[in-house]
Write a protein of this length. Structure first.
Length: 564
């Protein structure tokens, strides 16, 4: 007769088999067996202060590692609190496995305490949502959950485990299923040939690299492709860093609310080579307003349908192999007047793209010298860049902070500036920074957040202190929802209902056991940031920001008719 074990222990063994290192969550009465079973495992349970924080931690861990982050909660309100981070993960194409308790099978079919149809609630925001009907199903369902979450296009999945299933006894002979890694396919030679024919007749192609290129670790291939053909490369906000901003062909990031410098490169283009771009990152109408560009779509899955994204050639398969194959099939360059050019008008002088890069460099350099107080956003961006190492990670929370950081902050490696551009959720940066430090303990981690977003999940400072996870938080303090004020001022000429009061952030940080720093002049920010980042502690830096620069920027961009 075989021995038996708790189903909770079987669940933990399936998670260990998937390579799970952390489970982020809050225990409840209905999943105490699972939480207790983790004590005898290789998995570290990170107790958080709000389930929303757990989901954001799982998301950022999944984004940085490519392996599904795991968030756990009890039934009812605990599970519901996971939903924002779960939806954020799915819309940002990030693998997450969310697991919650559910009422027992003995009463799930009738009205009773804390019953809600969680599976139906999670279904619209996940790739797969299901109830575990019996303990013996755990090996198959957990394997399916991770395979589904991590397969392109990645996203979140949800499993509800009834309390009597979690507490059941199962045969100890049950084992986790072996992992079967889904391999990406080779690109179609015929599609490569069609794309090469299109480029052979192109006049002014441009490359747009998105989040999918970062997930596929296609930076080296993208650089090869750009250099081989002499093509300029822009990125989405989520794709920042997949093409280094100090490369001679880099144009910067596109996605700002107004027609920015980088958009001029798209205005002149006749062919758009989209590499790992996903439509939820930003609306393609911003770079193809008349739907007249021919589009080559290179990704691991087909493009979504959009009237401003008419795909001429779709190349589905491994992104790096696709880029190499296409580069080797096109026998011309687009940045030279050499003899290999075809008998059609050549690309515009490289000075156009050089001028776009020059404008961004000038903005950052000018910002570094602005000494007004409160600080200009450009000064804050410049000082953050000066304080952070090339491979360090900044999480820019949603709000005016994201707009300034995403358009101006130079990046050189993928996922070194993380934003939420799928769902654009506020409040992810502080819990996300904890996960980022756990994923990359050797890198500096900075959560750049507005004061509004900070206070949405600031309680996770206590988690960072208790779990000894040193992160730095930089609060852009304007006592308002700055991005909404910016939008109101642009569209309505006035703003309302956006102002609020703040605590003393230094004392607030210290009350959690963190270190607090305030900035009282422009010259104090950079040394304060360097000090905070060097501390082996949780540190909070608060800096007053002058958002009157917001309208100055949009007014300036609105007056531009060309980059010269």
């Amino acid at each position: 007769m075989s021995t038996q074990e708790d189903a909770a222990r079987l669940l933990v063994r399936t998670l260990e088999a998937e390579g799970v290192e952390y489970v982020f969550g809050i225990p409840g009465e209905e999943n105490i067996h699972f939480v207790h079973a983790l004590n005898d495992s290789s998995i570290r349970y990170i107790l958080v202060r709000h389930e929303q924080g757990a989901a954001f931690m799982a998301e950022i861990y999944g984004r940085l590692t490519g392996r599904a982050g795991v968030a756990s909660a009890t039934l009812g309100p605990g599970a519901i609190n996971l939903q924002l981070g779960v939806a954020d993960a799915t819309t940002n194409s990030t693998p997450v496995v969310a697991i919650s308790a559910q009422v027992g099978l003995d009463r799930i079919y009738k009205e009773s305490h804390q019953i809600i149809d969680l599976v139906s609630l999670f279904r619209p925001i996940t790739k797969w949502s299901e109830l575990v009907p019996r303990a013996e199903a755990l090996p198959e369902m957990v394997r399916k959950a991770f395979k589904t979450a991590q397969t392109e296009r990645p996203g979140a999945v949800y499993l509800a485990i009834p309390e009597d299933v979690e507490a059941a006894k199962v045969s100890a002979d049950l084992a986790p299923l072996p992992l079967n890694i889904v391999r990406t396919q080779e690109p179609s030679p015929s599609q490569i040939a069609r794309a090469a024919d299109l480029l052979a007749l192109a006049r002014r192609p441009i490359v747009l690299a998105g989040h999918g290129a970062a997930r596929a670790r296609a930076s080296d291939a993208l650089i090869y492709f750009s250099e081989r053909l002499g093509l300029p490369v822009a990125t989405t906000f989520n794709g920042k860093g997949v093409f280094p901003d100090d490369h001679r062909n880099a144009l910067g990031a596109v996605g700002f609310m107004r027609h920015d410098h980088v958009n001029f490169g798209f205005d002149e283009a006749d062919v758009l080579i989209a590499v790992g771009y996903e439509l939820q990152e930003f609306d393609p109408v911003k770079v193809n307003p008349d739907a007249g560009k021919k589009i080559i779509h290179i990704h691991q899955f087909p493009a979504e349908v959009d009237d401003h994204y008419p795909v001429e050639v779709g190349i589905q398969g491994d992104i790096s192999r696709s880029l190499h194959a296409l580069a080797d099939s096109v026998h011309r360059r687009f940045d030279t007047d050499g003899t290999s050019r075809p008998p059609v008008p050549s690309t515009p002088p490289a000075s156009t793209h050089h001028r776009i890069r020059e404008l961004l460099r000038e903005e950052l350099a000018e910002g570094a010298t602005e000494d007004g107080f409160p600080l200009s956003p450009r000064r804050i961006v410049a000082d953050v860049r000066a304080a952070m190492g090339r491979g360090d990670i900044v999480l820019a929370d949603t709000g005016a902070v994201k707009m300034w950081m995403a358009r101006m902050y130079p990046t050189y490696e993928p996922n070194t500036l993380i934003v939420s551009n799928g769902l654009s959720s506020m409040g992810f940066s502080v819990p996300g920074a904890i996960a980022a430090k756990l994923a990359h303990p050797d890198r500096g981690i900075l959560a750049a957040t507005g004061d509004g977003a900070f206070l949405m999940n600031s309680q996770e400072l206590e988690t960072a202190v208790r779990e000894n996870v040193p992160i730095t938080v930089l609060i852009w303090d304007d006592s308002a929802y700055g991005l909404i004020e910016w939008k109101m001022d642009l569209d309505l000429g006035t703003s309302s209902h956006i102002k609020f009061g703040n605590p003393d952030f230094v004392k607030y940080a210290e009350s959690f056991g963190a270190r607090g720093h305030s900035v009282d002049s422009a010259g104090e920010l950079l040394p304060t940031l360097r000090k905070a980042l060097a501390e082996d502690a949780v540190s909070v830096v608060t800096v007053p920001v002058d958002y009157s620069h917001n309208l100055r920027l949009t007014d300036k961009l609105g007056d531009l008719t060309d980059p010269f």
